[in-house]
Design a protein around this ligand. Structure first.
Ligand SMILES: [Zn+2]
Ligand SMILES: [Zn+2]
Length: 301
């Protein structure tokens, strides 16, 4: 199984030489395993690059070659949906994309997307797309997304937001890009039982790591975690590796290098086997579960 980070930035895309290594695309991660349809985690601006890769991999662009994918959408904030209209497979009649996203009291997901993607904000409506684009509202549920077994749980953020646990090809991944618990007490903070359930013993935890403790003190209600809190969740849930994710747009490559150094030090003291800051285009390969390999996960620094 492979997992590729196509967008790792939080809040808004950013560009410039100071972001060149970690990248400036917003949340989008793709999980792929041979013989199974892909699972896309969020629809941020990184989705455009993934769509280009899908199209480039087609041997004969004129041939009918059905594309099928599931999307696990944590919430509707701009940085998690902006890539959708630029996802090339949606312009093909042989594509089927099913989006599982959070239930809202103010209407079904399909209706909310119709209001988000329409003139004057964007010239094309979801119904105008050639692909079969479907929406399914979920809450605290378990369901199948293609061949993946998924658990969704509501997590604190600013508005209805989900975290996901994905099990595919014998591997387990937890994805909580936007998670706003009380981080005031740092490592002593409480962790919601639903969060521990999602993250329990996963091979890889992808977690909100937007703030330093100082930044958190300035923005405690903005719905994000500190890096220390992400480490705390990894330790308490027994995650085998932790990807720091949803980097603050104010954190340059050099700033992130320094924050990762501190996090690696702390992870060593907490017995967390692996921690890294995810970057755009990073690919992580998980060896088959039955392989007698000394290094079951490749692509981690
Ligand atoms: Zn976000
Ligand atoms: Zn958000």
């Amino acid at each position: 199984m492979e997992l590729t980070f196509f967008g790792v930035r939080g809040s808004t895309p950013c560009d410039g030489p100071e972001f060149a290594r970690f990248g400036g695309n917003t949340s989008c991660v793709v999980v792929e395993a041979a013989g199974h349809p892909p699972v896309i985690l969020d629809l941020g601006t990184g989705l455009r690059s993934y769509g280009s890769a899908v199209e480039a991999a087609r041997e004969d662009p004129a041939a009918v070659e059905p594309y099928r994918a599931s999307v696990l959408l944590t919430h509707l904030h701009w940085d998690h949906v902006q890539g959708l209209p630029f996802f090339a497979p949606l312009f093909r009649a042989d594509a089927t994309v099913e989006v599982f996203g959070p239930h809202h009291d103010d209407g079904p997901l399909a209706e909310l997307f119709a209001g988000l993607m329409c003139p004057p904000y964007f010239p094309i409506r979801p119904d105008d797309l050639a692909a079969d684009l479907r929406f399914t509202d979920v809450g605290d549920d378990t369901f199948d997304a293609g061949d993946a077994k998924v658990t969704s749980r509501r997590v604190p953020h600013t508005g209805p937001t989900l975290g996901f646990r994905v099990e595919l090809a014998g591997r387990r991944i937890a994805y909580l890009p936007d998670h706003g618990p009380d981080c005031h007490a740092g490592a002593a903070s409480a962790i919601a039982p639903a969060v521990l359930e999602l993250c329990d013993g996963v091979d890889l935890l992808i977690h909100d790591a937007q703030y330093t403790p100082e930044e958190y003190e300035e923005r405690p209600t903005w719905g994000h975690s500190t890096i220390d809190y992400a480490l705390h969740v990894a330790q308490e849930s027994g995650a085998r590796s932790l990807a720091l994710f949803h980097h603050d747009p104010a954190h340059s490559d050099d700033a992130l290098d320094a924050l990762v150094d501190q996090a690696v030090d702390r992870a060593r003291r907490l017995d967390i086997p692996s921690v890294f800051a995810a970057h755009d285009s990073q690919r992580v390969t998980f060896e088959p579960v039955h392989a007698a390999s000394g290094s079951p996960i490749r692509g981690l620094p």
